[in-house]
Design a protein around this ligand. Structure first.
Ligand SMILES: [Cu+2]
Length: 402
């Protein structure tokens, strides 16, 4: 894959003055394959559910998923400003992890761009100077670690609000907050009239655009500089938890889009789980949710593959209920778990790589998909010791928590 921006021209028009810049085609394809553009739209739309006509951008009637609608709504609270920062950081980090050798594409402007020299060559001829308010706001961002600038923002959410929200939107109760509107003017500045298929001002496709990541990366840099100046570290547990929460929200939105889920099929992520104990909960479940086996990457609580949930925001009781004496979808006559009989339990057969030899017979409701799980060409990834735990649990009657 190449570095830097990719050129994009509208069909039949190679005028250099109309060229737009996107991320590299490989990245574009990955994002479309994973419904990132649509999920990004839904993420913003679900934060507009409290205003009349809000959520209107949604293609899946996202506001009907009332259990997912955040209390913090778009540009109403500092909490929304904070989520804005965390969510866009989650996207940036995910892309950098996918393409560690091309992270430049997802890295922000090193400073607020103030002249044509600060932008890619494709955009230089279109450079126009900022007005004074925007220029001053950009300077505050670059110098966020100066005491007088730190003092303007009592917390990260207030900073996020200031960076995100539009001209005229002021945070209730805030004082000393300078001009608001940076995120919007940055988006507007790189819009290419007549070439908006992947335009940074095209709400449904703006993440395609190279400048999207430059401007959001700059916003992220400002936030990080603020955090460091305030003594907050990238390794702080709260930040990690908040990033995971945003990752999960995006995943849920992706599943709603890709699998056409109804509101009734999506659990409430804020509903507390019961405190549980017992062999399954303490010994088996951690194997299913471990980072090496990653079963719950595909078998989580929302939109699970093969309708099989092995972890996520769900009680162990519910996981076990979904396994014991339940038919499989890919294991023919086999049930997922037969108490006392691991060698006829599809879950165990799949995890141990013995499904192929088990003699699966397709039925009217279940075909036979006998490859090892998690998918691998080198045999089971669940270790021998872990398989022994799983086997023991089934032999002992496959009990769940009371
Ligand atoms: Cu966004």
């Amino acid at each position: 894959m190449k570095d830097g921006p990719a050129d994009f021209f509208p069909p039949g028009n190679n005028d250099p003055n109309i060229v737009d810049t996107t991320v590299q085609p490989e990245v574009l394809k990955w994002m479309y394959d994973h419904s990132w553009q649509d999920a990004h739209v839904e993420w913003h739309a679900i934060r507009g559910c409290s205003v009349p006509g809000g959520g209107g951008l949604s293609r899946v009637n996202i506001c009907s998923f009332t259990q997912l609608v955040p209390e913090d709504q778009n540009c109403q609270t500092a909490g929304d400003g904070y989520q804005f920062l965390v969510f866009h950081r989650h996207m940036i980090q995910a892309l950098k992890q996918l393409w560690p050798n091309h992270s430049e594409q997802f890295t922000g402007f090193p400073k607020f761009p103030t002249s044509a020299a600060d932008v890619p060559p494709q955009w230089r001829s279109a450079w126009k100077d900022w007005d004074r308010a925007a220029l001053e706001a950009g300077r505050i961002g670059d110098e966020i670690d100066k005491p007088e600038n730190l003092a303007r923002f009592p917390d990260e959410g207030t900073l996020g609000f200031w960076l995100q929200c539009n001209v005229g939107q002021m945070l209730r109760g805030s004082t000393n907050m300078p001009w608001v509107g940076l995120h919007f003017v940055l988006h507007a500045k790189w819009a290419r009239p007549g070439n908006t298929t992947h335009g940074v001002n095209n709400t449904s496709a703006n993440i395609d655009n190279y400048m999207f990541w430059k401007l959001h990366g700059w916003i992220d840099n400002v936030w990080e500089k603020y955090r460091l100046a305030k003594g907050l570290l990238p390794t702080d547990q709260k930040l990690k938890d908040d990033l995971v929460a945003q990752c999960r929200e995006m995943d849920t939105e992706i599943k709603i889009i890709q699998e056409n889920l109804d509101p009734g099929e999506v659990p409430d992520p804020n509903e507390p789980l019961p405190v549980e104990s017992g062999f399954f909960h303490e010994r088996v479940r951690p194997i299913l949710e471990s980072a090496t086996n990653l079963c719950t990457g595909c078998h989580a609580e929302v939109g699970a593959n093969a309708k099989l949930t092995l972890g996520g925001h769900v009680s162990s009781r519910k996981i076990v209920d979904g396994l014991v004496d339940k038919p499989s979808i890919g294991g023919g006559q086999f049930k997922l778990v037969v108490p006392g009989d691991p060698d006829h339990s599809w879950l165990y057969l799949k995890a141990s790589g013995r499904a192929e030899a088990a003699g699966c017979q397709p039925t009217s409701t279940a075909q036979c998909i006998s490859g090892v799980m998690p998918p691998s060409t080198g045999g089971p990834t669940v270790s021998a010791a872990q398989l022994e735990v799983l086997r023991q649990w089934i032999l002992d009657g496959a009990e769940g928590p009371p």
